[in-house]
Design a protein around this ligand. Structure first.
Ligand SMILES: *Cc1c(COP(=O)(O)O)cnc(C)c1O
Length: 408
């Protein structure tokens, strides 16, 4: 079994270890929830300060000149993380809104088809927005929320669009990006991926996988801050054909001509609707600095080593206590581990009270995110020790942990 000393030795040899210094973390805590809200890195504050104290305070309205391109320039910094080419990524709005835009745009490209397929276990916001956009499509569209393992049986020539989340928010299962996309294209349908739990966590190659459309989150593994803007990806080949179903003045080719009819800007800019949130964009821009100095392959290697270690320690220290929901196969695992247990809510609360921050996902999952940029192997070891202690002492059965918080 791996000892604490082994973990310290692995940290000593870890090429990503110095990156931890770039984050502000609570010294007495082990943060296993970066998949829900990433921590703040040091370059965020300086970037936000520069926008407020210089560009906004002094430049005032004149700063809108350079600010206009921020959604594209920050998008260029995300592009390498997903394998996109220049001009294919735009930062705007929030993830649910961007999914709405892409669903609407995609449905118009398959006017003779009437079905959208998604995953019954998808994140609830994705399910709500796909239902709503189907109703607004201008023709009858039925949404099929399926068991994703039956996708092959569901694909036929009436399917317009398939929308799946690449790494399942609850179980951490990762789908085969290129394989599923090819299967969907084979049926003549379009593919929209949700990268909320993938971007910044696993290497992605939208170009190689021939992905049509994707969107992802700024505040999870990208550490852009609470409510950070999201990003969308549209393959270049599609851009001239698509319409933004929620057009606004900043997606117009000439916003300052104040024309009464919409004439879309060329390229991905047409997917902008409103004035970009410049302070939030500055925070995300600062958060992306840390990714300039790492390769996603190294991040992935360490992520798998961390989740392997966690699974190994849980297996040996707590045999049979949890059902491990996350696939053990590397190719099917994202950067988080989900453990099912009837008392998962109390377990997570008791862990948080002892400084190990994970989260609970209904109905019975304790979820732990492993972010290689700032987590150490010894943190994984210590977190499992605390978990062992919680279960042995029955701390999780304390009635005070039975009361559900509004945010879990
Ligand atoms: C976090 C998350 C969202 C929500 O994103 P918002 O920016 O709050 O709209 C949507 N889908 C998935 C899969 C998520 O994990």
């Amino acid at each position: 079994m791996t000892s604490r000393e082994d973990c310290l030795a692995r940290d000593g040899a870890d090429s990503l270890a110095p990156l931890r210094e770039r984050f502000t973390l609570n010294a007495d805590e082990i943060y296993l929830d970066g998949n829900s809200l990433g921590p703040v890195s040091r370059s965020v504050a300086s970037r936000v300060k520069e926008v407020i104290e210089n560009q906004w305070a002094r430049g005032l309205v004149r700063s809108w000149g350079p600010w206009m391109d921020r959604p594209l320039s920050v998008g260029e910094r995300i592009a390498p993380l997903i394998g996109a080419r220049p001009g294919e990524v735009l930062v705007a709005d929030t993830l649910t809104i961007l999914l709405a835009k892409l669903i609407g745009a995609a449905l118009a490209q398959r006017p003779h088809r009437h079905v959208v397929i998604t995953d019954a276990l998808n994140f609830h916001s994705d399910l709500y927005i796909v239902e709503a956009m189907a109703k607004l499509a201008g023709r009858p569209i039925s949404v099929k929320a399926i068991d994703r393992n039956t996708l092959a049986d569901e694909l036929d020539d009436d399917v317009a669009l398939v929308m799946l989340t690449h790494v399942d928010f609850r179980s951490g299962e990762m789908l085969d990006l290129a394989g599923v996309t090819a299967q969907v294209h084979e049926a003549g349908a379009l593919m929209l991926w949700d990268f909320a739990h993938s971007t910044g966590a696993v290497p992605l190659d939208v170009e190689g996988a021939l992905v049509d459309f994707a969107a992802g989150c700024g505040y999870k593994y990208l550490n852009g801050g609470p409510g950070s803007p999201a990003f969308l990806y549209v393959r270049s080949a599609w851009q001239e054909f698509l319409n933004n179903p929620l057009p606004g003045w900043l997606g117009h080719a000439r916003p300052f001509d104040f024309e009464p009819t919409f004439d879309a800007a060329p390229g991905i800019r047409k997917f902008m609707t409103s004035s970009p949130s410049i302070i939030a964009l500055a925070a995300l821009d600062g958060a992306l600095d840390v990714f300039d100095d790492v390769s996603m392959n190294d991040v992935r290697r360490k992520s798998l080593a961390l989740t392997d270690l966690f699974l190994d320690l849980v297996d040996t220290r707590l045999p049979g206590v949890f059902e491990v929901v996350t696939p053990r196969e590397h190719a099917r695992r994202g950067s988080q581990v989900a453990l099912a247990h009837p008392e998962a809510y109390g377990i997570v609360q008791a862990l948080i009270a002892r400084g190990v921050v994970g989260d609970f996902r209904a109905p019975d999952v304790a979820r732990f995110g492993f972010t290689p940029l700032y987590l150490r192997f010894v943190d994984v070891y210590d977190a499992v020790e605390v978990l062992v202690d919680v279960l042995a002492s029955g701390a999780h059965q304390d009635p005070k942990f039975a009361v559900r918080n509004p945010v879990t």
